[in-house]
Design a protein around this ligand. Structure first.
Ligand code: AMP
Length: 283
């Protein structure tokens, strides 16, 4: 497995991999790898003769008061996991390699409307712009045939699909189902911030979504009633502070008032202490 830190070297390597005519899979990550990331890697391994991954804690997707400096980093373990997953090359640039030495050197941003004005776009201003911009840069450097993203970050997946369509990247975007702990908590690098009590309480996010799904299966179509059902589960855990609990159209992420047969998705964001978790589930 090759490990590259310079964008130009990564671009040349990927060009030569694709010159051989073969499909190339790509798994972008911020490191601190867990079984969720590895599910993306296994899928990439199965569907492409070669796949590459990136590990880059992208500063432009963190707000000023967010956790950029304390975001978990475990490069050596990550590289070992990627090697075991059959990864052919890993791109691990630093911020200077991706954005230059000063802000003046980087002035091009990708804003994906209208997703940047809803849910995560509102609660984390600038976050989705940072994600869209770094994904576009990585797509240009790597030119994969297929790129793999988790459904765990449902809005991010929509942003990536939209920018791929809008900017005509010849890349197939593959969404991969969320990998969960036995109690339902979605795996996330940020789970490492939770203390023991918060970790126990965090499973209420999954239980709330399940309660929403069960109520809908039982015939409830009123989204306000579904919201009350889910909020009741969350409120039973004093350590959780919900930020939004929404039922949205799964295609365009607009809030629904009624379930009417269209594919719908529950979106939840909640704080446990300073840690912010997001999750989602099909309705
Ligand atoms: P991150 O390192 O958090 O930026 O995540 C890198 C990729 O892994 C993104 O496409 C995430 O959606 C995906 N991912 C993160 N957690 C999970 C999970 N529990 N199951 C599946 N995919 C995940």
């Amino acid at each position: 497995m090759q490990i590259l830190t310079e964008p130009r070297a990564m671009q040349q390597l990927c060009q030569s991999l694709r010159c051989q005519g073969a499909d190339l899979g790509f798994v972008p990550t911020m490191g601190a790898l867990h079984a969720g990331h590895l599910a993306l890697c296994h899928r990439a391994r199965e569907e492409n003769p070669q796949f590459v991954a990136s590990i880059f804690v992208n500063p432009t997707q963190f707000g000023a008061s967010e956790d950029l400096s304390r975001y978990p980093r475990s490069l050596e373990t990550d590289l070992e996991l990627l090697r075991e997953a059959g990864c052919d090359a890993v791109f691990t640039p630093d911020a200077r390699a991706m954005y230059g030495d000063t802000d003046l050197l980087h002035g091009t941003w990708v804003d994906v409307a209208p997703f940047n004005e809803m849910w995560e776009g509102v609660t984390r201003p600038g976050h989705l712009r940072g994600v869209a911009t770094v994904v576009a840069k990585l797509f240009n450097l790597i030119s994969p045939s297929r790129a793999y993203f988790g459904e765990k970050d449902f809005q991010q997946l929509h942003v990536v699909q939209a920018l791929t369509r809008d900017l005509n990247f010849p890349i197939e975007i593959v969404g991969v189902e969320t990998v969960r702990e036995p109690d339902g908590l979605a795996l996330s690098s940020r789970n490492a911030y939770l203390n023991e009590q918060q970790r126990r309480a965090a499973s209420a996010i999954y239980r709330a979504m399940r309660a929403g799904v069960e109520a809908a299966r039982g015939g409830e179509t009123d989204v306000a009633a579904l919201g009350r059902t889910m909020n009741a589960v969350l409120e039973a855990e004093p350590l959780i502070q919900p930020q939004y609990v929404a039922v949205v159209d799964a295609e365009n992420l607009t809030a629904l008032q009624q379930l009417d047969g269209r594919a719908a998705r529950i979106l939840i964001s909640a704080h446990l202490g300073k840690t912010r978790l997001i999750d989602n589930m099909a309705l």
